[in-house]
Design a protein around this ligand. Structure first.
Ligand SMILES: [Zn+2]
Length: 455
């Protein structure tokens, strides 16, 4: 056929469209047209001309259209449900037993199962800190999704199994901006207690040299901050600032226990926060101060923290639970509305990852990272507007499920159709993933955990 995919025009008509633009508009009924990977029209159905050669999806008022969701902090893995019911300080070394025996092939299937789950739930971009990240690029390309790969890097002698600065630099050379621009590479520092000050400074230099951004974890638990103050004589954000890693584009995961001075440093340096509400609840970390981040203008996106810390990669759960966590902690039922939660999962996530000129909202000229959600289900009705009030957005955020996602396009290319992954046979992939998991578990047997804060 001479008609190539990148010339195809697709129109979704008579849908409930939430573009997540500045005005946070809703077009109901609305239409979206995209061509060659780019959005060419969006608006009320009556204002959007549908080109004659378009493939038309008539939603009949039963599908919502949203920008693809962005999970801004995750860790792929084959293993979840094995390290449970433990405080972080005990959880981490137990979790890292996987890393002591992980092979590149294990990693590939860990990436694949995680990205399959994410994509089917409407996540089109994932920021992923994991091992053997070349294989992550491979998995992302196999599915057609966007991956921001962050090497799980450390230089403490007891963490010899992690990635190094050398492998990180090689990854930038090999994979940054590959996969038609869908794959990006970041520099990763696993944690301040097992990456040296030298490593932090070197990462700051490399980030400048290659024009890539920096990602690390911090201040997930109160006790962790105490350990850092004891070891380094200051709170983590101030130590990072001294080591030169805080700058526009740098993203810190968690940031639950920051004081006002630390938040001011984030705001002043243009550093953003990857907020992981479910992981923070499950590992009993605490509630991140989203209101204080917002007051100071710190950009915040939403992350799952991956299956190992969350058992789920659903951004739908993150939106709902993230909102509920703020409401109950602050005893304020108006904290984090549905639109604020959806904004964090879309355009704010894109801003955080530095790709908001390309994705994160449905606007003409942006890339067509789009999802549809089936509204015509018992748990998502009603869809009737009354007295100017729109219940759909509230029900999407507070009752929507990953399994409600029907279509996913990344850069205009179909990745999920009628809830099924387009580019691979799911049952074959799941059989391979299961076999590899059983094998990994047998190799992990008898491997002892190495304590988090090593002497
Ligand atoms: Zn994490």
């Amino acid at each position: 056929m001479s008609h190539q995919i990148d010339e195809a025009v697709t129109a979704i008509v008579n849908a409930v469209v939430y573009p997540c633009d500045d005005a946070f508009s809703c077009h109901n009924p609305g239409s979206v047209v995209f061509s060659g990977g780019t959005i060419t029209a969006v608006g009320p159905a009556r204002d959007v001309d549908v080109p004659e050669d378009a493939t038309v999806i008539d939603a009949g008022g039963r599908l919502a259209v949203l920008p693809g969701l962005l999970d801004v902090h995750s860790h792929s893995s084959l293993l979840k449900g094995y390290t449970e019911n433990a405080q972080l300080i005990d959880w981490l070394p137990e979790y890292q037993r996987e890393h002591q025996v992980l092979t590149p092939d294990d990693a590939y299937f860990g990436y694949l199962v995680s990205y399959m789950e994410a994509l089917k739930g409407g996540t089109t971009t994932v920021m992923d800190m994991y091992r053997f990240p070349h294989r992550g690029a491979e998995a992302a390309n196999a599915l057609g999704m966007r991956a921001h790969l962050v090497p799980y890097a450390a230089d403490h002698p007891t963490k010899h199994f992690f990635e190094t600065l050398e492998t990180s630099e090689q990854l930038i050379r090999d994979c940054h901006n590959t996969g038609d621009g869908r794959v990006k590479v970041w520099l990763g520092l696993e944690h301040i207690t097992y990456c040296s000050g030298d490593m932090f400074r070197r990462v700051a230099e490399l980030a400048g040299a290659y024009g890539v951004s920096i990602h690390t974890h911090t201040s997930e638990q109160r006790e962790e901050v105490d350990v850092v103050v004891e070891l380094f004589g200051d709170r983590p954000v101030h130590v990072f600032n001294e080591w030169g890693i805080l700058r526009p584009g740098t993203v810190l995961a968690h940031c639950v226990w920051l004081d006002d001075a630390e938040i001011a440093v984030l705001a002043g340096t243009g550093t953003g926060v990857a907020h992981c509400p479910i992981s923070n609840m499950k590992l009993a970390g605490g509630t991140a101060p989203l209101d204080r981040f917002r007051q100071q203008g710190v950009v915040v996106g939403l992350g799952t923290d991956g299956g190992t810390a969350n058992n789920s990669m659903s951004m739908w759960e993150c939106m709902k639970i993230g909102s509920l966590l703020q409401k109950v902690t602050r005893l304020d039922a108006t904290a984090v509305s549905a639109s604020e939660a959806l904004r964090m999962a879309t355009i704010d996530g894109a801003r955080l990852l530095g790709i908001d000129d390309e994705v994160g909202s449905i606007e003409v000229g942006k890339q067509a990272d789009l999802i549809t959600v089936d509204l015509w289900q018992p748990h998502l009705l009603p869809v009737a507007l009354a007295e100017g009030h729109d219940p759909i957005l509230w029900n999407l955020v507070f009752a929507g499920r990953a399994s409600d996602v029907r279509h996913v396009w990344v850069k205009g290319e179909p990745c999920v159709d009628d809830g099924e992954i387009c580019r691979l046979d799911e049952s074959e992939a799941l059989a391979e993933i299961h076999a590899r998991t059983v094998d990994l578990l047998s190799r992990r047997e008898g491997v002892a955990a190495i304590p988090m804060v090593a002497e």
